[in-house]
Design a binder for this molecule. Structure first.
Ligand SMILES: CC(C)(COP(=O)(O)OP(=O)(O)OC[C@H]1O[C@@H](n2cnc3c(N)ncnc32)[C@H](O)[C@@H]1OP(=O)(O)O)[C@@H](O)C(=O)NCCC(=O)NCCS
Length: 172
């Protein structure tokens, strides 16, 4: 498996990844599919931080992207969505995408990454509840599920309420 940037040819396969990963029992189209398409058109989109996991076939089996939101006037990256094809989950593909993404943002000199997700999954990548760092969720009901991972360029004065890129409005 390799991790690389997405290309225009990957778009339908990326939609299929999120369609599968976030599928609902009612069979409705998951919001994550349209979210990724809308993010690509947003000023917060960072092309080098939309990563796919590709297996030997080669076939896209997982995807993650990070987009720029705002923390008290500073552009700060929000991670998500992250998805892996359902029948291939639990084999380290999500971890490979997370490590690649975090390595890239560390190399770019970013101070911090935030996300909304399960504590039990993301604590292994160094995420902690964002509130402990003075970073408040856009929705207070997210509590400890709104998490942050500091990087080497972290500055303690980055505090305030985080605002995701506009397409996230209404998702979460
Ligand atoms: C979450 C997801 C991206 C992880 O990718 P993956 O390739 O399955 O994960 P990995 O193989 O790297 O890691 C597997 C571990 O993650 C855990 N895990 C997977 N999904 C989890 C979840 N939603 N909450 C907590 N733990 C989770 C597994 O229990 C396993 O734990 P273990 O290592 O202690 O046995 C993938 O399961 C997925 O697409 N899930 C559906 C979509 C989703 O929930 N995305 C994240 C939104 S926050």
């Amino acid at each position: 498996m390799i991790i690389r940037r997405e290309t225009p040819a990957d778009r339908e396969a990326i939609a299929d990844v999120h369609r599968g990963a976030f599928s609902t029992p009612e069979g409705r189209e998951p919001v994550e599919v349209a979210l990724v398409d809308a993010l690509r058109e947003d000023p917060g989109w960072v092309p080098e931080l939309s990563l796919v996991a590709v297996d030997v076939e080669p076939r896209v089996v997982g995807h993650v992207c990070l987009t720029r939101g705002d923390l008290a006037g500073t552009p700060v990256l929000g991670l998500g969505p992250l998805g892996v094809l359902p029948h291939l989950q639990g084999r380290g593909i999500g971890a490979a995408l997370m490590h690649a993404a975090l390595g890239a943002v560390e190399a770019m000199g970013e101070p911090v990454v935030v996300l909304l997700g399960e504590r039990r999954y993301y604590d292994r990548f160094g995420f902690v509840p964002a509130s402990g760092l003075g970073i408040a969720a856009p929705d207070p009901e997210w509590r400890e599920h709104f998490q942050a991972r500091t990087l080497s360029a972290w500055r303690g004065d980055l505090r305030g309420v985080y605002r995701y890129a506009a397409p996230f409005a209404g998702v979460g």
